[in-house]
Write a protein that binds this ligand. Structure first.
Ligand SMILES: [Zn+2]
Ligand SMILES: [Zn+2]
Length: 174
């Protein structure tokens, strides 16, 4: 959805609320596609700060179909996104330090889908886990270790411990 912000940029004290109905159905952050399972409509508030500057704010909750990175169990990714940004109009004369480029702005139009897409990327979890202490799968047989031990020998000796064992072995030989 394109929202024309020229009025908000140019009218001091102007404030408007826009109902956004996201059209996104999935998210692809480069690691595969995640299907969106729920997304509420939300209100984006646009407030004029000074001539050529606005603040946009809003809250949106989204859910995606994900998979635990450790045990591969289907795990929802729930995002609670807070938007709070100051935008300058394309013709706003600012200092060099404010050469911010907004990829969701096209002239005076804000593309709400692009904005949302960017916010999802920023808020996407580094790891998707079914629970904080998920034990994952046994590297030998693939058994879900959250459901109990499988009895496989997955012991990887610590190299420092291995050195001590070697020493014990050699003293035994003497
Ligand atoms: Zn898991
Ligand atoms: Zn196993």
């Amino acid at each position: 959805m394109l929202i024309n912000l020229s009025d908000a940029f140019n009218t001091s004290g102007k404030s408007m609320e826009i109902n956004i109905h996201p059209e996104l159905t999935s998210y692809d952050g480069g690691l595969g596609e995640f299907k969106m399972t729920s997304c509420e409509d939300f209100v984006l508030k646009v407030t004029n700060l000074e001539k050529g500057k606005v603040n946009i704010s809003g809250n949106v909750k989204l859910s995606f179909e994900g998979q635990c990175d450790r045990c591969l169990k289907s795990t929802p990714v729930n995002l609670d996104i807070s938007i709070d940004k100051n935008l300058a109009s394309p013709d706003y004369e600012a200092g060099d330090e404010e050469e911010d480029l907004y990829d969701y702005m096209d002239g005076y139009n804000l593309d709400s889908e692009e904005l949302l897409q960017g916010e999802i990327t920023v808020n996407w979890p580094v790891k998707i886990l079914c629970r904080e202490d998920c034990k994952g799968l046994c590297p030998v047989c693939g058994h879900d270790l959250n459901e109990g031990d499988c009895g496989c020998d997955t012991f990887v000796p610590d190299p420092r411990m291995a050195a001590i064992f070697d020493k014990l072995e050699s003293t035994k030989e003497v």
